[in-house]
Design a protein around this ligand. Structure first.
Ligand code: A3P
Length: 334
């Protein structure tokens, strides 16, 4: 942690100033690597975090009590988390906000990340024991933790997990743009795409390695301990109606024939679309409960944008690390 002493990051979950003695002891036994700012990252249960996030995960693992109706939305950052949060919120609460054409829908006045909050980089990062009792049912939460880190806590509950993934190349390019928006330039000398590519190849970066996380949820989706729905950003772009109906079916909020006829599916998709959300004042201004400017969550979207940024060689190497990891799992990225 020495190298990070003089640095100030705006994001609490990237810091190391809120860690108990128990957590310090744990951290001292974990593998450690330096990030792009020279700050220490630690590998806990197969994923890399800053110390405050390790503490938040311990808080979550100790104190979170799932309810049967809870829904956890999981993802690797930049894989479509914001979209999934908006869609899941709109689907499960659609009867409550049936009149959202009248501008009354919460998604029109609030960012999806404030309506569906992250467990480890928001709720349990701020508070060892966040008050979750007042949340409307079904409670919706989000996480970037791998499945094995949730598993113990959720094991005895039938609560549902939805995972969204996206191809590693678009994720990397999206993350690179995102980093330049959220991490102050004074904190690092360089934010080159090549450096981020190296991080992805080596595997030691916040919430990485990507391919390990994807595999954890893929495996979990094949066994029926906690029900896990495995979705991809690419399928959501290609067949949004089918995918949102699949999501609704899985969550136990299937669209009725009448709703389908009345255009409810399309209305929800329009409400949650990148163009609609990114143009709302609520998303152009303000900061989310996890400390990130709302506008940073929206850019171009779509599939294959990486081609404008990555060389053929980089793309090949990224595909290789994913293919190697997923070999024999039955999951393939096109
Ligand atoms: P790009 O940077 O490729 O444009 P996350 O929500 O996991 O942080 O992922 C952010 C990525 O999802 C960004 O991708 C962003 O533009 C895109 N995105 C955000 N909201 C979206 C929406 N409603 N529909 C489709 N894509 C969306």
């Amino acid at each position: 942690m020495e190298a990070s002493k003089n640095l100030q990051t705006p994001l609490n979950f990237m810091k190391d100033d809120n860690v108990s003695q128990e957590c310090k002891n744990l951290i001292s036994s974990l593998p450690s690597e330096k990030d792009f700012m020279g700050k220490s990252l630690f590998s806990y249960q197969g994923s890399w975090y800053y110390p405050n996030t390790v503490q938040a995960i311990l808080n979550f693992q100790k104190h979170f009590r799932p309810r049967d109706t809870d829904i956890i939305l999981a993802s690797f950052p930049k894989s479509g988390t914001t979209w999934l949060k908006a869609l899941a919120f709109a689907v499960v609460h659609r009867n409550k906000y049936a009149a959202y054409t009248l501008d009354s829908h919460p998604l029109l006045s609030n960012n999806p990340h404030n309506l569906v909050r992250f467990l480890e980089i928001d709720l349990y990062d701020k508070n060892q024991l966040p008050d979750l009792e007042e949340l409307p049912l079904p409670r919706l939460f989000a996480t970037h933790m791998p499945f094995q880190t949730l598993n113990e806590t959720l094991r005895d509950s039938p609560c549902k997990v939805v995972y969204v993934c996206r191809n590693i190349k678009d994720v990397l390019v999206s993350r690179w743009h995102f980093r330049s928006k959220v991490v102050s330039k004074e904190l690092y000398s360089n934010n080159s795409l090549e450096d981020m590519f190296d991080e992805f190849i080596k595997g030691a970066y916040l919430f990485g390695p990507f391919q390990d996380q994807v595999l954890s949820y893929w495996k979990a989706s094949l066994v029926n301990v906690n029900p896990v729905l495995f979705m991809t950003y690419e399928e959501m772009i290609e067949k949004p109606e089918a995918q949102v109906m699949r999501l609704a079916d899985f969550l136990g909020y299937s669209f009725t024939e009448e709703e389908k006829q009345s255009g409810m599916v399309e209305k929800i998709l329009e409400l949650c679309s990148l163009s609609n959300l990114s143009n709302l004042v609520a998303n152009k201004t303000g900061t989310s409960t996890c400390g990130i400017h709302h506008h940073a969550f929206f850019r171009k979207g779509g599939v294959g944008g990486w081609k404008d940024y990555l060389t053929h060689d980089m793309a090949k190497k990224l595909d290789e690390i994913v293919e190697n990891k997923l070999q024999g799992s039955g999951l393939k990225f096109e």
